[in-house]
Design a protein around this ligand. Structure first.
Ligand code: ATP
Length: 248
């Protein structure tokens, strides 16, 4: 592991529809090779932060009105979402967003669209994805719209991996999944991080599970970071225990 910072969010403010101030000065750092968790309750601004990072706010009538976001030192606000994908940053959105009418395998292959390294490499990565998600191999010919919520989460993550990303922004991977499946998804995040060296920034309401897998955590409340620290420290923090760990 190195100390290189990949993503730096510096004191950003985000406003929706010109009037609704949702992020009130959020700063965070994502080091290369780490799993960083952005925690907080419903409506705290986690999704907004991830969308600001991947430059997806415009379609929501949102705007970064203050502060800056850089990836490897380059300003994200000047990049298109496609530029970011080319630089290795990929977002897995909340709610999975599979192509319902395509098969599981076709969905995975759509993740490789920016690559120019040919069929052999893409085929090898498909096998890599099936290695992490054996269930997807079993279901590879099924129409994605007919697979379960957990399988669709796997498809969304697998599709992200097919672009050979440097960083995955993962929004609420536990949402709507049974506890056992949540654990399984986080185990996969951990092994992808360890074996492929992929950096993660994940937004999660489930503080309990996120702090067991992340290296570092930021807690967001009403658009402000109220606490941050190594995950092991946050797990032992009395306030975190009282307000966050008791709930999940
Ligand atoms: P969730 O777990 O519900 O996704 P979150 O922490 O990700 O919560 P955000 O989705 O970032 O929170 O929302 C933060 C605040 O911004 C909420 O009060 C929400 O109502 C508001 N908000 C989100 N999107 C928009 C939008 N497009 N226009 C106006 N307000 C919005």
């Amino acid at each position: 592991k190195t100390d290189t910072t990949l993503l730096e969010v510096n004191n950003i403010e985000v406003i929706y529809n010109h009037v609704i101030l949702v992020l009130k000065g959020v700063s965070l750092n994502v080091p290369k090779g780490g799993i960083t968790a952005l925690l907080g309750g419903n409506g705290a601004g986690k999704t907004t932060t991830l969308k600001a990072v991947s430059n997806l706010l415009k379609s929501e009538r949102g705007e970064v009105t203050k502060g800056s976001i850089t990836y490897r030192g380059e300003r994200v606000q000047e990049m298109s979402p496609a530029d970011l994908v080319r630089k290795g940053v990929i977002q897995v959105m909340e709610g999975r967003h599979c192509f319902e009418h395509l098969t599981v395998e076709e969905n995975l292959l759509t993740g490789a669209y920016t690559r120019k390294d040919g069929r052999g490499a893409i085929q090898a990565d498909l096998e890599m994805v099936y290695n992490y998600f054996p269930r997807l191999k079993e279901r590879r010919k099924s129409q994605a719209g007919y697979t379960s919520g957990g399988e669709q989460q796997m498809v969304a993550m697998g599709r992200a991996l097919m672009s050979r990303p440097e960083t995955i922004l993962l929004d609420e991977p536990s949402m709507g999944l049974a506890p056992q499946l949540v654990e399984q998804i986080f185990e996969i995040v951990k092994s992808v991080n360890e074996n492929e060296g992929v950096t993660f920034l994940l937004a999660e309401q489930n503080t309990n599970v996120a702090l067991r897998y992340a290296h570092y955590g930021y807690i967001l409340e009403s658009g402000r970071i109220v606490m941050d620290g190594p995950a092991a420290d946050l797990r032992e923090n009395p306030d975190v225990k009282e307000f966050y760990l008791g709930m999940s």
